[in-house]
Design a protein around this ligand. Structure first.
Ligand code: ATP
Ligand code: MG
Length: 466
């Protein structure tokens, strides 16, 4: 593959003749090519059109980063990012609808529509080099440069690939690789671009991205890269909570979470992130098992007419599994320390509360009152993931199945007994009223009819009011 194929669609400004040259990433050759098939996805068509429009205006433009890596691996990209020689103000002249997400860094989001592909957002970033990292978090300044410099500032070789969607043959579109990413993908290797020590000193978050990508794609972490992470792991503490949380969310909600946790421990990042957890669970071994179990659980599609398993809350559920060994933990404290959104904090609290309520079998009406709550399936998944050997595991499993198979009307029956009926039956309003109404609903939840429910209400009222 080395340098033998034709040059990309537009000549790169500072690339010079394609010849092997010495460099930190791939000493044998610095430009490599491959062809990959483009995905026939609406977002891909929109991203191609964004490149076309930039080219028509005289700029260079390529797909870059994760989308190229995913296509090479035969996976469907989540989104498509474009890198271009156009400055943000030039991008703004070409596209009418843009959102400025980081103009200082040359990043804008283009909302672009195509007749058959609909509206999609594509992140368009000007080729840049990052200048100086005095705080170990973000560049002090950036300089707009060329495509090659732009890929050199990226984190890992597999994330440093460019793709020219306009250079399309039967074999696919041209991928341009300045960093040895293609060779590393072929060798199942995750490797920092450039000198790992320096790259992690610039931005310590990159260290946390390593286990995420290595686990997700089944890669080995290159030895020099791994050693640099082990040495600099404590520097992760300098990174903002928001950036760490967002990486952890991507890592722990993925099916590869358990492998990522193993790698985190191998790379000595676990003790920086979670010292207390490591004391309770050295090497995060129990935690790895819990995440393996969590992601192996069946998550059925909600059936019409059944209780919904709400989408979302995967992050609160992952946090609940992660922190289960440290309980009791106050969700509000955890939410504050991780800067969780308010809905996520509330979902975490609800999952834990329901898990506590369902930790052991309870009477059926009581179980139903818990099981019909929104996050009950998540709570059962938490219990099964963290305590698969519990004597109650088969009951938890049965409750999940029952929740998925029982129509909604069973969980929320139309109440057969109302307050008015109790008044008509001669009961006086007061605290015992609520108990009476709950007893009526319990009777219905156990299959009783209206008359049985009313009898149950009266009996409960009589019991409570003495
Ligand atoms: P995913 O599919 O998980 O989104 P991705 O590769 O698209 O994977 P992003 O976090 O969306 O990852 O980042 C987009 C690209 O930006 C990366 O592929 C990489 O080239 C670059 N990048 C992101 N974060 C960093 C960083 N901290 N340092 C250097 N380059 C980065
Ligand atoms: Mg991405």
């Amino acid at each position: 593959m080395v340098g033998a194929l034709p040059r990309p669609f537009l000549p790169l400004p500072t690339a010079g003749p394609i010849a092997p040259r010495a460099g930190p990433c791939n000493p044998a050759a610095m430009v490599d090519y491959a062809r990959v098939q483009l995905a026939d996805l609406p977002a891909a068509h929109v991203a191609t059109d964004v490149v076309r429009r930039l080219r028509q205006a005289g700029h260079q433009a390529f797909w870059v980063g994760g989308c190229v890596r995913d296509l090479w691996l035969g996976l469907q990209p989540k989104d498509f990012d474009v890198a271009t020689s156009a400055r943000p103000e030039q991008v703004a002249q070409i596209f009418r609808h843009i959102v400025e997400v980081g103009v200082a860094f040359g990043v804008v989001r283009v909302r672009h529509a195509l007749p058959q592909a609909g509206i999609h957002q594509v992140e368009v970033a000007t080729f840049r080099a990052d200048l100086g990292y005095s705080d170990g978090r973000r560049p002090d300044a950036v300089a707009f440069t060329d495509a090659e410099q732009d890929v050199l500032r990226r984190d890992f070789t597999i994330n440093g690939l460019l793709l020219d969607p306009m250079d399309l043959t039967a074999q696919g579109a041209q991928v341009v690789d300045w960093v040895g990413g293609l060779a590393d993908l072929q060798a199942d290797l995750l490797r920092a671009i450039g000198e790992p020590q320096q790259r992690f000193a610039e931005d310590a978050l990159r260290m946390l991205r390593a286990p995420r990508f290595a686990a997700r794609f089944g890669l080995r972490v290159d030895q020099k890269t791994a050693q640099a992470i082990q040495e600099q792991a404590p520097q992760l503490a300098r990174v903002s909570v928001e950036r760490i949380s967002s990486e952890l969310q991507a890592m722990l909600t993925a099916p590869s979470a358990s492998t990522a946790l193993r790698l985190l421990a191998d790379l000595h990042l676990d003790r920086v992130l979670w010292p207390e957890l490591c004391a309770a669970d050295p090497g995060l071994l129990r935690c790895q098992n819990s995440f393996k179990a969590l992601h192996n659980q069946e998550v059925g599609a909600p059936l019409l007419g059944m209780l919904a398993v709400p989408e979302g809350a995967q992050w609160p559920l992952a946090l609940a599994v992660l922190h289960q060994p440290l309980r009791p933990v106050r969700p509000a404290d955890l939410g504050r320390s991780l800067k969780l959104s308010r809905p996520h904090t509330q979902q975490l609290a609800a999952i834990w509360q329901l898990a506590d309520a369902l930790a052991q079998p309870v009477s059926d009406p009581e179980a139903i009152r818990h099981l019909r709550q929104d996050w009950a399936d998540h709570a059962l998944r938490l219990l099964l993931a963290c305590a698969p050997e519990s004597p109650h595991a088969s009951w938890w499993h049965a409750q999940r199945q029952r929740r998925a198979a029982t129509p909604k009307a069973h969980w929320w029956p139309v109440l057969a007994v109302t307050g008015d009926q109790l008044l008509q039956a001669g009961l006086a309003p007061g605290p015992a009223f609520r108990t009476a109404l709950a007893a009526a609903e319990d009777a219905q939840l156990q299959g009783g009819d209206a008359a049985t429910a009313l009898d149950a209400a009266k009996a409960a009222y009589a019991r409570v009011s003495g």
